[in-house]
Design a protein around this ligand. Sequence first.
Ligand code: AKG
Ligand code: FE2
Length: 364
Amino acid sequence: MESKSEKVVFGASIVVPSVLELTKHPISKLPLRYERDDQDPPIVFNGDSELSVPVVDLHRLAIGDFAAAEMEKLHSACKEWGFFQIINHEVPASLVNEFRMEIGSFFNLPYEEKKLLWQSRENQEGFGQLCVVSEDQKLDWSDMFYILIRPPNLRKPHLFHNLPPKLREALESYTTEVQKLAMIILNHLAEALKMDGEEMRELFRDGVQSMRMNYYPPCPEPDKAIGFSAHSDANALTILLQLNETEGLQIRKDGRWVSVKPIPNAFVVNIGNIIEIVSNGVYKSIEHRVTSNCSKERLSVATFHSPNLSLELGPAKSVVGPHNPPKFRTVPLVKYFKGYFAKKVEGKSYLDQIRMQTNEVSCS
Ligand SMILES: O=C(O)CCC(=O)C(=O)O
Ligand SMILES: [Fe+2]
C-alpha cells in the first residue's frame, strides 16, 4: 500500500509560467514568485585552485600503461566528489554541435507552438518545471523540457512526434551515443567497485533513458533567485552537456559550493542516488544547483540513465557481504521513484528513508 507521503499529484491545473517569455521584455525587478529565501545565497567559491572537479580521460582508461592510474582517479572522483568531467569520450563533436544548435532553436520557438508541448496534469514531461504542486510554490529561474526516451514504449507520442523533425533526428543520434557512453562508464564503475560486471549490465538491460533540456535566461536580480534549486539526481548516472561557456553549475563539496567550469567537448558526469544505493554507499550522489547571472543566458542538457523499471533496487549482491552489510533496504524501482518525487516536494531526501538504521538487520 502506498504511504501518504508517496501520493503526489503534479501540476494539477497549475500553470508554470515561462521564464523565457517573462524576459522577452526587459525587467528590472525579480517577480515575487522567483524570490528565494529557501536556498543558500549564490556565493561562488573560487579561492582555491585545488578545488576543481576531477577530469577523467576515457581514452586513458583503455590504454595499458595509464589504465590503473586513470581508474583510481575515476574511483576517487565518484567517492569524494560524486562528479567528474569526462574527456576523450568519442561522442562525435559534429553530432553534439548539431544537437546544440537544435536545442537553441527549440527554446526560441514561438510560445504558441511551445504551449502544445507543455506539461500536462498527469505527468511532468514537456515544457515546465519539476515538482510544482501549488500556486504559491516558489519557482526556479529557468525553463525546462523533460522527455522519456528509452525504452521506446515509454515515449509519449504527443511529445515525441511533435518535436521539430530536425531536433528529433539530432536527439535520436545524440541519445544513442550517450547511451553507449553511459554503459561504458557503468562498466568501468563496476570494475572500480569490484562489482560483478554482469550484475551491472543486467540492471541496465532495457534501462530507462530520459533527458532534461534547461534554459536559464539572464536574471534582473541574480542574488535573490536560483536557476535550479539544490537537489541530488534520482537516477543512476547523469551525463550533462553544458551547451555554452556560461558558468552556473555548482556542487556541494565539504560544505561549500564549487563551480563546475565548462571544458570544451567534455561532459559532466554525476553519480545519482541509484548508484549510491547499488554501490552500498561507496559512491556519492552529491547535491548540486545552478545559480543565475545578470547578463548571460545558459543552456544545458542532462541525460539520465536508470535501471530496468521492472527490477528491484538495492545494494549490488556482488558488493555486499559479511564485511560490508547492506546500508540500504531493497525496494521495487518504481516505488523508489514515487518516493523520491514525494520527498522532493517535501524538500527532503528519499535516500534517508531507505537507509538502514544501525540496529536494522537485512533480510535480503
Ligand atoms: O543545468 C545544469 O548544469 C544542471 C542541471 C541539473 O542538475 C539537472 O537537470 O538535474
Ligand atoms: Fe541535477
